[in-house]
Design a binder for this molecule. Structure first.
Ligand code: MOS
Length: 751
């Protein structure tokens, strides 16, 4: 009876519409419950004590003084900290990072937790933490890219190879008629989501409930189960709202594990929310990079070689290295390519994935280097990129599953007015006398699929319910995913209840890697289609139904009804079918993942082109980004408003990367000097103007069943280089260190 073809059309009327995010009103009216909004009875407040040295050991803590405070309930230090079942120094599961959970007195970086104080109030815990008055034996801290001896990275972040070569690199260098050899630097950046890391942990026997913002809800169950020696099912993670994630909220960290441990130790619920300054250390960051790019071209300005080396900071105790050189793979058709990663161990917390890990830093350098090469060749930067356009994936020769990059270039350029750009720098001024410059950059980001499951129910009243433990960090996942689910069920969006954000639901996979919509959406689509197929089987086998005999593949689903294909007069509602069949809900399940076979035949990427205008004061060198046009091709866009909003968010991060954001280490102490929003600059509304996003539709039959690629990270990728190039075009000065600062331009101008 069952045809495997889903009777519901793949794309109903919900997908493609700009629905407003479903959680928007709850968020702006303050009714959304974030993790730290939970106050279970008997709650203890936890405050962690951050190390004020970057390397050495804690020699003394005045535990007696802290415990004497009337509001302090407990003080946890390495001396009394109960054992964890899973060793925080182990790599006990996929994506495990080593972290500090008071296993000893060693200090490996500034802001590392060295004690946890529990108080009846937040104030008491804070005061108790102060009373500990730590004493240290400090060693000289190693910070920055020159902090220690570099080493070669064999296995890069996410298991990618540290070194990649194709073609004959030496021959490529030798064949070049013109070449550049450039060194760029990018700084350490820290994830600074509006909501800092938070957890409210409550144990009932050997079960624990964790209210926490989480980007990998079901995977994290296993991780916390590992550390606490309980099965994953005993861990309930509730993560209904996240105030941003950026990669930092997918991985367990020391403070969170300590808070959970404290709850078990005291037998009371415990809340920990990091202070803003505590975000700078134990919860990941983006390492600094120094990148050397050597490019050569032939007489036709085609690249004979693209040679990209990157050195990045990592910690002394784990191995995540920002894979910046990866940005040079997959984009330009160079005759030979070498991308090589090096690491340098410093006394800082371990870096981790941070929005567009690798590509953000790597493309900042690559896109500027491409511009420098184009300038040397005497070519317009867009013309140079088109001459080096890759028709198949460089190195592998694989066809792209889809690639509308050429359209991105042309549409973006047209919208921006690129054809009016003078070749020489320093030629444009506005009416106020400001120097005006135009620059561009290409964006590339892989289009991955992870694994997810979902469940879909058609209820007796004909409405739908779908479930998957997806994470909405603010990107709008719950809205776009609900649109996909509604289409798969043949229902309007408001007839579908969407349950998510809790670890007792089917595994929605990781909200990261720009793969969440494709992955969780794929699972929802499969589950909804399964439920619809089951209901269609019931109806078409029932002689009492007007659909009788049409067969599963002979009907189509929309607006809560089945219609016989090509005969709209024969139709029946879901509710009527279910009522006649005994009134029992119909349940479907589904999953999504990319098979190795799917993955092997095509190169899968999102693409984009970003065009930037900057204005620079010719005397003070104050810089402003005044226009930013990004054209992106990312397969099928489920919700244009939310996708454009995400792309804009990425482009704003690009402004931040290019001009604002940087953690500054004190070389004497290893401490970060600007661990707050006064000193760690990120763009505010006044820094952002003239932002435009164009999305270019791609029909992609290979990337996944729904043709979806990601938009979560690519926005930051081309933007940084575009701004750097625009500043060069405005001023004639090429700054090879991000963020570009006023003093860099002043130094360049003064020679
Ligand atoms: Mo991310 S850095 O894939 O959340």
């Amino acid at each position: 009876m069952s045809d495997t073809r889903p009777p519901a059309s793949r794309f109903g009327s919900n997908s493609g519409q700009s629905f407003t995010r479903r959680d928007g009103i709850a968020k702006v009216t303050g009714t959304a419950t974030f993790a730290a909004d939970n106050h279970p009875d008997g709650l203890l407040y936890a405050v962690y004590v951050p190390a004020t040295i970057a390397r050495g050991r804690v020699s003394h803590l005045d535990v007696a003084a802290a415990k004497a405070h009337p509001g302090v309930a407990e003080v946890i230090t390495p001396a009394n900290r109960p054992m964890l079942d899973g060793d925080p120094e182990s790599k006990g599961f996929m994506f495990a990072f080593r972290f500090e959970a008071l296993q000893d007195n060693t200090v490996r970086y500034a802001n590392q937790p060295i004690a946890l104080v529990l108080g009846e109030t937040l104030e008491a815990a804070t005061e108790g933490a102060r009373l500990l008055n730590p004493q240290y034996e400090a060693l000289p801290a190693r910070v920055g890219l020159n902090g220690d001896t570099p080493y070669k990275v064999e296995v890069g972040s996410f298991g990618r190879p540290g070194q990649t070569v194709y073609g004959d690199v030496a021959a490529g260098h030798a064949a070049a008629v013109q070449s550049v050899d450039l060194t760029y630097e990018t700084p350490e950046q820290y994830h600074n989501a509006m909501e800092t890391h938070a957890v409210v942990a409550e144990w009932q026997g050997d079960h624990v409930t964790l209210d926490m913002p989480n980007q990998a809800i079901v995977m994290s169950r296993g991780a916390y189960g590992y550390y606490f020696g309980i099965p994953p099912e005993n861990v309930l993670i509730r993560s209904p709202y996240l105030g941003g994630g950026f990669g930092s909220k997918a991985i367990p960290n020391g403070p969170t594990v300590l808070a959970i441990l404290a709850a078990r130790m005291t037998g009371r619920p415990v809340k920990l929310m990091l202070r803003r300054d505590q975000m700078f250390g134990p919860v990941g960051h983006r390492g600094a990079t120094r990148q050397r790019l050597r490019l050569g071209i032939d007489a036709g300005a085609k690249m004979t070689v693209l040679d990209h080396e990157s050195l990045a900071t990592t910690s002394t105790f784990d191995d995540f290295v920002e894979s910046a050189a990866n940005a040079s793979q997959g984009l330009y058709a160079a005759g030979a390519l070498r991308s090589a990663q090096y690491g340098v161990r410093v006394d800082a917390g371990t870096p981790g994935p941070m929005r567009a890990p690798g590509e953000a830093s790597g493309s900042a350098a690559l896109e500027c280097a491409i511009d420098e090469m184009a300038e040397k060749a005497g070519l317009d930067p867009l013309e140079f990129r088109l001459r080096n356009y890759a028709e198949t994936e460089p190195g592998t020769g694989l066809p792209y599953s889809s690639k509308a990059l050429r359209e991105c270039y042309l549409r973006g350029a047209e919208r921006f007015g690129w054809s009016k750009r003078p070749m020489q720098p320093g030629q444009m001024r506005d009416e106020a006398g400001m120097l005006v410059g135009w620059g561009m950059g290409t964006a590339l980001f892989h289009a991955p699929m992870f694994a997810a499951k979902a469940r879909a129910v058609l209820r007796p009243d004909g409405t739908g319910l779908v479930e998957t433990a997806a994470a909405d960090m603010g990107q709008g996942a719950w809205t776009a995913l609900a649109q996909i689910a509604a289409d798969s069920l043949g229902l309007p969006l408001d007839q579908v209840e969407f349950r998510s954000g809790s670890s007792d639901l089917p595994d929605g996979g990781v909200a990261g890697g720009s793969g969440h919509t494709a992955t969780a959406g794929g699972a929802l689509h499969a589950a909804g289609s399964d439920a619809v197929r089951r209901l269609a089987d019931i109806a078409t086998a029932d002689p009492a139904s007007p659909l009788f005999g049409a067969g599963n593949a002979g009907v189509t689903a929309r607006d809560g009804r089945f219609f016989v294909i090509d005969d709209d007069s024969r139709s029946e509602s879901y509710a009527d079918i279910i009522a006649r069949a005994g009134g029992t809900e119909v349940v479907g399940t589904g999953s999504a993942a990319r098979t190795p076979e799917d993955a092997g035949h095509h190169a899968m990427y999102s693409h984009g082109a970003v065009f930037a205008e900057v204005k620079v004061d010719p005397e003070l060198y104050q810089m402003r980004v005044t226009r930013l046009v990004g054209a992106f091709a990312a397969g099928r866009i489920i919700n244009p408003k939310l996708a454009e909003s995400q792309l804009m968010g990425g482009m704003i991060w690009g402004i931040s990367f290019a001009l604002h954001e940087e953690a500054r280490f004190d070389k004497r102490t290893g401490r970060i000097m600007n661990a707050d929003f006064a000193g760690y600059h990120i763009p505010v509304n006044a820094d952002v103007s003239g932002l435009e996003v164009i999305t270019i539709h791609e029909d992609d039959a290979h990337v996944n069943a729904l043709g979806i690629k990601g938009v979560g990270e690519i926005g930051v990728v081309g933007t940084v280089g575009a701004i750097g190039n625009a500043i060069r075009h405005a001023t004639g000065h090429r700054i090879r260190r991000f963020p570009i600062r006023i003093e860099d331009l002043l130094h360049a101008a003064l020679g």
